[in-house]
Each structure stands twice: as structure tokens, then as C-alpha cells.
Design a protein around this ligand. Structure first.
Ligand SMILES: NC(=O)C1=CN([C@@H]2O[C@H](COP(=O)(O)OP(=O)(O)OC[C@H]3O[C@@H](n4cnc5c(N)ncnc54)[C@H](O)[C@@H]3O)[C@@H](O)[C@H]2O)C=CC1
Ligand SMILES: O=C(O)[C@@H]1CCC=N1
Length: 275
């Protein structure tokens, strides 16, 4: 494919959390219109509110694939084989480009199951895709440079992208896709602490979220190391270092590191091929 991605018809197979967030994010970016995007799901009643936003909604995967040139696969790993079996006859290796956001499933897993050498780019976004703030990792072992660039262009509209080696995709899943939940839990915990020391719950949550946003923005805007920024907050004999050390005694950094390691292992075990 040589034209830019916003001229293409996109089929998103699996209109769940990620499929819908991607569709909404693409339209919100202003670079795609709802009528370029078809979203499939087995129970389409759950997607009715998307019809008024211009999306085509259907439970017919075959037709969606036939009418699209970019096909995004966004079902759970355990739902993948059934889906691939149902679209095998419609997939045209010469004209389709597949994008898979399915965790733990390699390009080869998909081409082998389809028994077609169709180009597949794996994309690992996170749910911040809905507000154009995803950190999306991309990898492929069979797509042309042009098609990788096309997929990058597509996901650049909904956040930042980075191209990585395919063997690092499970690590990317843990750090960036699961990572959203890890940071959200940290913010939630901070707000619980805030409530205990005097703020109403909603107020505490807002204050904690804006503080977390400021911390991330400091790193992204300056390129500084977190410890350099932490040093600026921790006054000698002060209250920050007292709180920080208390958290470390309770295993704060260790808990995050161990959680990310376990998530990466689990991400590699999500897909069990069916017969
Ligand atoms: N939720 C997240 O933050 C992220 C998820 N992923 C990956 O994205 C994929 C989807 O995850 P979620 O959206 O969270 O799951 P989900 O369960 O919310 O969505 C999957 C959707 O696919 C639909 N579906 C299942 N079989 C289908 C079929 N044959 N035809 C059409 N639709 C079908 C289901 O009804 C469901 O709505 C998973 O493989 C996950 O590993 C990747 C990055 C982040
Ligand atoms: O929890 C999961 O398995 C999916 C993959 C990455 C984020 N959510």
C-alpha cells in the first residue's frame, strides 16, 4: 500500500475496550472519518451508540474484511483462532494489511493459522489511545517498510509510537499496555492517602492525577532522570524523603518491578493455539 493511511478503509474486528478506543481515537484525531471504519462484534447491540458517530457496525467479519484494506484484529488471545478461521477465505495476501493488537501472538502465529503470507504488523497500544495519548509499540517480521510506515502513521494520530523487535513485544505489553493500570493504581493509592489526611475523595483524586501528570510531563519535557527531579523535591530532613523512604521500606519500587516482570511472563503465555 502506498497511499497515506487516512485514504484507507479500516475494519476493526473485535469491538471491545481496545477496538472501540482505537476507533474513537482515530476519529478524534480528525484524520479519519467514522465512515472509513467498520467495527465488528458478535453482540452488536453493545455498539449501537457508535452508529450515530458514523461508524459502520456489524457482526459479519467476512464482509468487513472484504470491504477493507486495513484489518485490525482486536479480540482476546483465546478468541483469535476462531476469528482467523472465519476470515481465512476473505484475507487476500496481496491486498490486505493486517494489524494485530492481540497480546502474546506473533506474526508467524497469525500467518500460520491463516496459511497465507499476508503482511502483519503487531501493535501494542494502551487505553490512553482514546485521548490520543497512547504509547504504542510496533513490530513486524514480514511487512514492507512502506506498510510499517503506514501503520506508524495511523498510530501516530493517537499518541506516540516506537518500533521495536518482535521478541520485545511481551515486554512492551507489560511496560506500556499493562502499565496504564499500574500507574492508575498508584494514583488511586495516592488519592486514598490524600483522603486520609484531609481531602474529599474526588478532590484528592483530581489533585493526585494532576500531580502524576506533572511528574510525567517533567520527565518528557526535560529528558531529565526521575532521581534528578526527586532530588529537587527532597529537602534535607524534610517530609518528602521521610515519605519516600517509608514507601521504599514497604517495597514500593520492588513491587512495581516484580509486577512488571510477572506481567511480561504472563503476556508471553496468553495465547494457547487451538486445534
Ligand atoms: N485492554 C487493553 O488495555 C489492551 C488490550 N490489548 C489486546 O487487545 C485485545 C482486545 O482486548 P480488549 O479490547 O481489552 O478485550 P475485550 O474483551 O474488551 O474485546 C474483545 C472483543 O472482541 C469481541 N469478539 C470476540 N470474538 C469475536 C469475533 N469472532 N468477531 C467479532 N468480535 C469478536 C468480543 O465480543 C469483545 O467485544 C486483546 O488481545 C488484548 O490482549 C492490547 C493492548 C492493551
Ligand atoms: O491484561 C491483558 O491481558 C491485556 C493485554 C495488555 C493490557 N490488557
Amino acid at each position: 500500500m502506498t497511499t497515506t493511511s487516512n485514504q484507507h478503509k479500516i475494519a476493526i474486528l473485535g469491538g471491545g475496550n481496545m477496538g472501540v478506543a482505537l476507533a474513537k481515537g482515530l476519529v478524534k484525531s480528525g484524520k479519519y472519518a467514522g465512515n472509513q471504519i467498520t467495527i465488528t462484534r458478535r453482540n452488536i447491540r453493545a455498539l449501537q451508540d457508535l452508529v450515530v458517530q458514523g461508524f459502520t457496525i456489524t457482526d459479519n467479519n467476512s464482509q468487513a474484511v472484504r470491504e477493507a484494506d486495513i484489518v485490525v484484529i482486536a479480540v482476546l488471545p483465546q478468541q483469535l483462532d476462531g476469528l482467523l478461521d472465519s476470515i481465512r477465505d476473505e484475507v487476500n495476501a496481496a491486498s490486505h494489511l493486517l494489524i494485530s493488537v492481540v497480546s502474546g501472538v506473533s506474526v508467524n502465529d497469525i500467518t500460520n493459522r491463516l496459511d497465507k503470507q499476508v503482511q502483519v504488523v503487531r501493535a501494542m497500544p494502551n487505553t490512553a489511545i482514546a485521548i490520543q495519548e497512547s504509547m504504542t509499540c510496533l513490530a513486524s517480521n514480514n511487512a514492507t517498510k512502506e506498510n510499517l510506515a503506514l501503520v506508524k502513521e495511523l498510530f501516530d494520530t493517537v499518541g506516540e509510537t516506537i518500533e521495536i523487535h518482535e521478541e520485545l513485544m511481551t515486554s512492551a505489553t507489560a511496560l506500556c499496555a499493562c502499565g496504564i493500570a499500574f500507574f492508575l493504581r498508584s494514583i488511586r493509592a495516592a488519592s486514598q492517602g490524600g483522603t486520609e489526611i484531609g481531602f474529599h475523595a474526588a478532590e484528592a483524586l483530581h489533585m493526585a492525577a494532576q500531580t502524576a501528570k506533572g511528574a510525567a510531563a517533567l520527565l518528557l519535557a526535560t529528558g531529565n532522570h526521575p532521581e534528578g527531579e526527586i532530588d529537587k523535591v527532597t529537602s534535607p530532613k524534610g517530609c518528602t524523603i521521610a515519605g519516600l523512604n517509608e514507601m521504599e521500606h514497604a517495597g514500593f519500587s520492588s513491587a512495581m518491578i516484580k509486577g512488571i516482570r510477572l506481567s511480561a511472563i504472563k503476556a508471553g503465555d496468553l495465547y494457547v493455539k487451538s486445534n
